[in-house]
Ligand binder design. Structure first.
Ligand SMILES: [Zn+2]
Ligand SMILES: [Zn+2]
Length: 212
């Protein structure tokens, strides 16, 4: 199996988790044996999140989407943002908050669940009043955590270990952008993202009746 960052391999990863007997779980309860806590930090693109959510729904999977209110790349208050939240929910996803330190904007769009964006070690696990920080115990434990950050798995792609049921439970952090936009390296994937973003913005200019 080719462990590339593509939606095709993401499908295989979900199938491996199913084959390993895992059940999908959220962050509303402490993790239990057999749980797969599938988490997405949406850093750049709601469109990438939606594409990934369609793949999950198709595979009978669901996850928790951590969305930003202070992103420089997308606006959750725009009509696109509102549509994205509605569709993610429709596909069975839960909505949590990807917050920019030190601001947790927990309004009623979000479950009381937070992950800090680009956290420094000092505040990664910091308590958030009235909410769960997913990087604090019992939801976080280094042996029960894998992340695809910057297209680099510290312990290799987890699909094999999932298929064999090797994790007692797992919090799996997947950034949709690096699987949806094509590229063999982070640099290439980000170029693909920028190309797609440019086209999307051209369309928005047209909708704003700008003479192009
Ligand atoms: Zn793999
Ligand atoms: Zn982030």
């Amino acid at each position: 199996m080719n462990c590339e960052f593509s939606l095709e391999h993401y499908r295989e990863l979900l199938a491996a988790a199913k084959a390993g007997g895992y059940r999908f779980a959220g962050f509303d309860e402490p993790p239990q044996a057999g749980d797969l806590l599938l988490r997405h930090d949406v850093d750049l693109s709601l469109d990438a999140a939606l594409q990934m959510a369609e793949v999950e729904a198709d595979a009978g999977a669901w996850s928790t989407w951590f969305l930003m209110t202070r992103s420089v790349f997308y606006n959750l208050d725009s009509s696109e943002g509102e549509r994205a939240v509605a569709r993610l929910r429709e596909l069975g996803g839960r909505i949590a908050h990807h917050a920019v330190w030190p601001n947790a904007d927990l309004d009623d769009r979000f479950e009381p669940v937070v992950a800090w964006h680009n956290p420094n070690a000092e505040f990664m696990a910091a308590a958030v009043e009235g909410a769960t920080n997913v990087m604090a115990p019992p939801w976080f434990d280094p042996d029960h955590y894998r992340s695809d950050s910057n297209q680099s798995w510290r312990h290799g792609c987890p699909h094999d270990a999932l298929e064999r049921g090797e994790f007692e439970w797992l919090q799996l952090l997947i950034h949709p952008e690096i699987w949806v936009f094509e590229g063999a390296t982070m640099r290439e994937s980000m170029r693909s993202f920028l190309d797609a973003d440019r086209n999307a913005r051209l369309e928005l200019l047209r909708e704003d009746r700008i003479d192009l």
